[in-house]
Design a protein around this ligand. Structure first.
Ligand SMILES: *Cc1c(COP(=O)(O)O)cnc(C)c1O
Length: 412
């Protein structure tokens, strides 16, 4: 098969229905940003929206803005907007806290719904905070334990016995980019009597899904990756209406109280998904997120998915052809691949630094993974071609061996 030339892929950009969406983002001149799966770029609409929130709502409206500027309901209204990307009807998602904190709420609540069972089942390859938060939940729930499987369909089948209360899995693995079948696994877990908690950090905004129709019990995810909410923007948590009357989330703060401004002595949970709130919300960060989500207006997730598979498939094809020293650590089958590509090389860190020096930004995940995210709203086919071309050059010239590329930073 003929390897696509640069002009071949330029033609793909010309016929790309999502091409105009790139204009919705501020992207530094001369940079190819393949790290939107770690921190999404800023949408152009954000500074003006933040300015309004700062000058009109905070500086002028002051405390009245909780009532008059939509601040009080922002956690819910943002959740509803995100729900449109996840197949969730309104009133089932709130935006608040970090993914780590929301994992705690969801896992603890799920365990409590299965009092005759005591096992949280997850994957050894999970993002570490997911595993750390399981440890925290186990400490708070005496008698509970964690079982880690090496994920594979048979592995999950064997592990799903009648002690499993809850299964926590990432829809897309943060390192390999492997995509799990949420619908099938949710069904399997339910057949075994367990609940599921899905971590959507690497799939929200790039993978079409139907949380309601697939009967998902809980889901959590970041807003600063593909949803472009900005550094540290709050995460979201989904719990379906069918569970609202029975769920108890453990972080019983006043924002989740039925009547926060009654200042009662005892806790009474709010009805609905509001019960998942804990304390005051980061309104400035949420204002940025609200504006950023506008970048999804008028966009079909099916188009995003199609382009995502083409971008990642093109990158894999070019790397396989031109960079024989790199291992492909992501699934080669586009159907089971998220929107990122992981490559393996023992000097991965230095190679990534050499690419960053050339304006191509990916990241490194220890011990040996070079990770590249392809966000279809703003990445062009020609960016993929150029990134693969530069990568091949860095490997062929051994440029990555320069001492300046060996120095490790805190965030990799
Ligand atoms: C990015 C990411 C997180 C981040 O958690 P925070 O608490 O929001 O920092 C959690 N889980 C997964 C799978 C991630 O990729």
């Amino acid at each position: 098969m003929k390897i696509p030339s640069r002009s071949d892929v330029e033609a793909l950009d010309r016929s790309d229905p999502l091409a105009p969406m790139r204009g919705r983002f501020h992207l530094p001149e001369g940079m190819i940003y393949l790290d939107g799966n770690s921190l999404g770029p800023m949408a152009r609409s954000v500074p003006a929206a933040m300015d309004t929130t700062l000058r009109e709502e905070w500086a002028t409206g002051l405390i009245s803005s909780w009532n008059n500027a939509g601040w009080w309901d922002l956690a819910i209204t943002l959740g509803d907007r995100i729900g449109q990307l996840l197949g969730a009807q309104s009133g089932q998602i709130v935006v608040s806290d970090s993914t780590s904190v929301n994992l705690y709420k969801a896992l603890h609540a799920a365990l409590a719904l299965r009092p005759d069972r005591n096992v949280i089942l997850s994957e050894a390859e999970s993002f570490p905070t997911d595993l750390y938060m399981i440890e925290g939940v186990l400490q708070a729930c005496p008698g509970s334990e964690c079982r880690l499987v090496d994920f594979s369909e048979p592995g999950l089948n064997d592990a799903l016995d009648d002690q499993v209360a809850v299964v926590l899995l990432s829809n897309v693995n943060y390192r390999s980019g492997a995509l799990l079948d949420m619908q099938a696994i949710t069904r399997k877990a339910h057949e075994a009597g367990a609940l599921v908690v899905w971590d959507l950090c690497h799939s929200a905004g790039v993978i079409p899904m139907e949380l309601d129709a697939w009967d998902v019990d809980f889901a959590v995810g970041c807003t600063y990756k593909y949803l472009n909410g900005g550094p540290g923007s709050p995460s979201f948590i989904y719990a379906p209406k069918r569970l609202h009357d029975t769920i108890k989330q453990p972080l019983s703060g006043w924002w989740g109280h039925a009547a926060p401004f009654a200042f009662e002595t005892g806790y009474r949970a709010a009805s609905g998904v509001r019960a998942f709130l804990c304390g005051s919300q980061p309104i400035l960060s949420m204002a940025a997120l609200a504006a950023a989500l506008g970048a999804y207006d008028g966009v079909e997730l099916a188009d995003i998915r199609t382009k995502s598979q083409e971008l990642t498939g093109l990158f894999i094809e070019l790397v396989a052809a031109n960079c024989p020293s790199l291992g492909i650590a992501s699934p080669c089958d586009g159907q089971v691949r998220g929107s990122q590509v992981a490559l393996a090389h023992e000097n991965g860190y230095a190679i990534i630094q050499a690419m960053i020096a050339r304006g191509i930004v990916g990241d490194f995940r220890a011990p040996d993974i070079l990770r590249f995210g392809f966000a279809p709203l703003y990445i062009r086919y020609v960016d993929v071609w150029d990134a693969a071309d530069q990568l091949a050059d860095i490997l062929n010239t051994h440029e990555w061996r320069e001492p300046r590329f060996q120095v490790r930073s805190e965030v990799t």
